[in-house]
Design a protein around this ligand. Structure first.
Ligand SMILES: NC(=O)N[C@@H](CC(=O)O)C(=O)O
Ligand SMILES: [Zn+2]
Ligand SMILES: [Zn+2]
Length: 399
């Protein structure tokens, strides 16, 4: 709670959480049955995950595999995964790195470049292991230097083939123009790239990854179901940009797209809880995901970087949240009084959009306060997770 000092309204929820369960049942904040001490939900999937490779892959994959059934694995390695052959090989190394009893299934992606060919999309589809193609505007984020420099000028034939093959385009939705303020880059991307793209290729399935603004929420809501969807991270639901500067520069809260103003994330929830659903606020991220809208689903964007690379004079972007993600999503839904909508967000909306079967296994979430480690130590160095050192309420376990 202290580290989330910017989330003013959570004080109310925490008071209620400390009451005996009989009181919790009747509480106004928790209108759904899940105000109980325990919840059983279908095994969640992570529709946006960075696993890296080599020793980092070995270190981090158990965290994702213990919470998620499947994950869309991002291709921004060094060098990036630009071919189906590379995606197949990367998948093999992920499977090898899994704990012995794990049934976690990595869903691979290709990294779109100016020179990706339509033929590569056919190969990707035929492989049966590639499920999407990722657009990184060149220079927009970590390892995006080989990304696309001119989507409409260089990639139209490949996008047409993707529409033909029903292969979704996943977008890091930010322009890279240095003249555009870093906080406006998502909004400008929607206006100048996404909107024209879906007009030109309405059959193309698009996922706006890690949305951060009410403009993105409005855009996704305005598109037809099945064509455009969005993933949402725990950090963009729980933190606002004050978290970057609270008590000094906070490199572990730095990710891209950068955290935005309160109004884009949590205030919407406050207003909704107070029963004052203003159209303006009602569009923002917490309201969107907790409303039950099927176009929004779980994508952690868990992005491990070594502690020393985050805490450096030029700290890199990315938040490692795999070990805490499920607990944090549960916290968001609980505080919004919408735990009954959690399962659709974590476990139904993603596979439904991708046309994949929902998981059949279940997990249990128990209200068992647990302390998040300050960091995880590996032979190559430490990785600091999101919410390091904090106590979280919900603990997931498999059944
Ligand atoms: N989100 C981030 O800040 N970083 C991601 C890349 C990305 O998803 O944009 C990474 O790979 O580290
Ligand atoms: Zn991104
Ligand atoms: Zn990412």
């Amino acid at each position: 709670m202290v580290a989330y000092g910017m989330i003013k309204t959570s004080v109310l929820s925490f008071k209620v959480l400390n009451l005996p369960s009989s009181k919790i049942e009747g509480s106004r904040q928790f209108k759904c049955k899940a105000s109980k001490m325990e919840l059983t939900i279908t095994q969640p999937d992570d529709w946006h995950l960075h696993l890296r490779d080599g020793e980092v892959l070995q270190a981090v994959v158990p965290h994702s595999a213990s919470s998620f059934g499947r994950a869309i694995v991002m291709p921004n390695l060094k060098p990036p995964i630009t071919s189906t052959a590379a995606a197949v090989a990367y998948r093999e190394s992920i499977l090898k790195a899994l704990p012995a009893d794990s049934v976690f299934s990595p869903l691979m992606t290709l990294y779109l470049t100016d020179t990706t060919s339509p033929h590569e999309i056919k190969l990707a589809r035929e492989s049966g292991v590639v499920f999407a193609v990722k657009l990184y505007p060149a220079g927009a984020t970590t390892n995006s230097q080989d990304g696309v420099t001119d989507l409409f000028g260089k990639c139209l034939p490949v996008l047409e083939e993707m529409a033909e093959q029903n292969m979704p385009l996943l977008v890091h939705g930010e322009v890279t123009d240095p003249d555009v303020d870093v906080f406006d880059r998502e909004k400008v991307f929607i206006d100048t790239i996404l909107q024209p793209l879906i007009q030109r290729l309405p059959q193309l399935k698009v996922v706006m990854e890690h949305i951060t603004t009410m403009e993105a929420v409005r855009f996704v809501e305005s598109c037809s179901y099945g064509s455009v969807a969005a993933t949402v991270t725990p950090q963009h639901l729980l933190l606002n940009r004050n978290a970057l500067f609270q008590g000094g520069l906070q490199p572990h809260n730095y990710c891209l797209p950068v955290l935005k103003r309160e109004i884009h994330s949590f205030l919407a929830c406050t207003v909704r809880k107070a029963g004052l659903v203003a159209a303006f606020y009602g569009q923002a991220i917490v309201s969107a995901v907790t409303s039950g809208n099927k176009k929004f689903f779980l994508g952690t964007d868990s992005a491990p970087h070594e502690k020393r690379r985050k805490e450096s004079p030029c700290g890199c972007a990315g938040i490692y949240n795999a070990p805490v993600a499920i607990s944090l999503y549960a916290k968001v839904f609980e505080e919004a009084g919408a735990l009954d909508k959690l399962e659709a967000f974590t476990s139904f909306n993603g596979p439904d959009f991708y046309g994949l079967p929902r998981n059949t296994s279940k997990i249990k979430l128990t209200r068992t306060p647990w302390k998040v480690p300050e960091s995880f130590s590996f032979s190559f160095g430490d990785i600091v997770p999101m919410s390091a050192g904090e106590t979280l309420e919900w603990q997931p376990s498999s059944i």
